[in-house]
Design a protein. Structure first.
Lengths: 104, 383
């Protein structure tokens, strides 16, 4: 997924990626999931964020609002998967003149 | 039990405001009848002219004097929609009339106006409702799921209202927005403050579902998409993180992302996170996807009086097409009617609206705090 999206971004179809909303449903540690998400998004944005805010999370939920030096933003959320449901991801990558959506 | 008569509706401000949608919804509801359009003498000549156009369309009188309009006996409710800069003064006078108020969103542009409106409406004891998305099928489904207990105790809520309108890709590529703590102007022909105007939808949904005061707001704004917004130094995008006194966390995003950036009118939805799991309620689920040998919708040249496609009249004049690739089971064209209908339902049942003046005030204060947070680059404490 991350490679496919990286390729789509590099193709220029959506323009410069400026915002990512990453909503992941997890059955494991949400903090680790968030860390992984931040790494993926940093790769798409071409570097580490300049600042971030992470509210007090819990064993079940973790979220972060991060800003990159070029003004790009990401809202990353890891939340518990519902009973009998599968882990999954609801992702929006918004570019300056287009967008990518991925949901699984 | 049959009601004795229709609600007689006075409209304050007319065309090229959100009143276009509210008026159409009141006109469509068999319980309401529009009796006049009015505005204050201080409104501009252009505003009066646009108001007259609405009055002519509904074949009702236009009154260019607010005191005169408010002295009419034949009014049962007022739909109030002046520009943000005049909104506080106008709502205060309308509250004094003592009839229910249907209020445009957001409530006002300054904390002083918000506090005065809240005090006046509560003091007058009138029913008031600010326009929001709480009457949409997806928002109602989210609240129903939360209240049913199926998701356990609320730990987080996320809401988004991104509008796929306008021709994106025109903002200067290297522009990194520097926000100002106190917006000094809201009304432009070519742009709107999108955190203010669209972020309010997502913020209201978070507050409505969390049902707890907001303790802290952290936010950023941006100029990602439109030269029009950049040229008047207002944001086209905003993102907030809300920390509630209950311990729950909220997140809200609002902005205008461009016509071609979504198969419908933009990402709209709510995600509710509880101790028992997570559910997303999207405006577009369920939907049918249609692929056919037909031309894709093309964005026409911008309307000179409304390049960002803010108003339904100018969208119709310039021929902005409706995207038909996704057919959602719930038609978004009906959201405005549902919201006005919910207001009339409250009046019929003598019930308090979901988004009364207190929630409206709280949500608008959150947005103003978000500007301060974005300007300072740090969280803002609210309580």
């Amino acid at each position: 997924m991350s490679t496919t999206i990286a390729m789509a971004i590099e193709s220029g179809r959506i323009g410069r990626p400026v915002f990512v909303r990453w909503m992941e449903r997890v059955d494991s540690d949400p903090g680790s999931a968030l860390e992984t998400a931040l790494g993926v998004v940093s790769n798409w944005f071409g570097g580490e964020p300049a600042s971030s805010h992470q509210p007090d999370g819990s064993d079940l939920h973790s979220s972060m609002l991060a800003r990159w030096p070029g003004g790009e933003l990401a809202l990353l959320i890891a939340a518990p998967v519902s009973f009998m449901a599968e882990p999954g991801l609801d992702l929006a990558v918004i570019g300056a003149r287009g967008a990518l959506y991925h949901r699984v | 039990m049959a009601r004795r008569k229709k609600y007689r509706v006075l409209l304050i401000s007319g065309d090229r405001t959100h009143q276009e949608g509210y008026a159409a919804a009141f006109h469509a509801d068999p319980r309401a009848v529009i009796v006049a359009v009015a505005d204050d003498t201080e409104a501009s000549a252009e505003r009066h002219a646009l108001n007259r156009e609405m009055a002519q369309r509904y074949q009702v009188p236009y009154i260019n004097n607010l005191d005169e309009a408010l002295s009419m006996r034949e009014i049962d409710l007022i739909s109030v929609c002046p520009e943000i800069e005049r909104r506080g003064r106008v709502i205060l006078r309308c509250a004094g009339r003592g009839v229910p108020l249907f209020l445009d969103k957001p409530l006002a542009g300054t904390s002083e106006d918000i506090a005065e409106i809240q005090a006046a409406v509560n003091g007058a004891g009138v029913t008031a409702q600010m326009y929001s998305f709480t009457s949409t099928p997806w928002a109602k489904a989210a609240r129903k799921a939360l209240r049913s207990g199926e998701l356990g105790e609320l730990i987080a809520v996320h809401a988004e209202a991104l509008f796929a309108k306008g021709r994106a890709g025109t903002a200067p590529a290297d522009l990194v927005r520097r926000e100002r703590g106190t917006p000094d102007r809201y009304t432009f022909t070519e742009a709107k403050r999108e955190l203010f105007d669209l972020g309010i939808y997502a913020t209201v949904l978070c507050l409505w579902l969390a049902d707890s005061p907001v303790k802290q707001v952290t936010a950023h704004t941006a100029n990602y998409f439109f030269a029009e917004h950049a040229s008047v130094n207002v944001e086209d995008f905003g993102a907030l993180v809300l920390e509630f006194e209950s311990g729950a966390v909220g997140s809200a995003i609002g902005g205008r992302i461009g016509f071609y950036s979504h198969p419908k009118i933009g990402p709209h939805g709510v995600t509710v996170v509880g101790t028992g799991g997570t559910r997303t309620f999207s405006a577009w689920d369920p939907h049918v996807e249609v692929f056919a040998d037909e031309a894709r919708p093309e964005l026409p040249d911008p309307h000179p009086a409304d390049p960002m496609s803010m108003w339904r009249s100018t969208q119709a004049e310039s021929g902005v097409p409706r995207k038909m690739g996704w057919l959602a089971f719930e038609d978004e064209a009906d959201w405005g009617n549902k919201e006005v209908s919910s207001f009339l339902d409250c009046l019929d049942a003598d019930r308090t609206p979901d988004v009364g003046v207190d929630l409206a005030a709280s949500a608008t204060e959150v947005i103003l705090a978000a500007y301060r947070s974005a300007a300072r680059g740090e969280p803002i404490q609210l309580t």
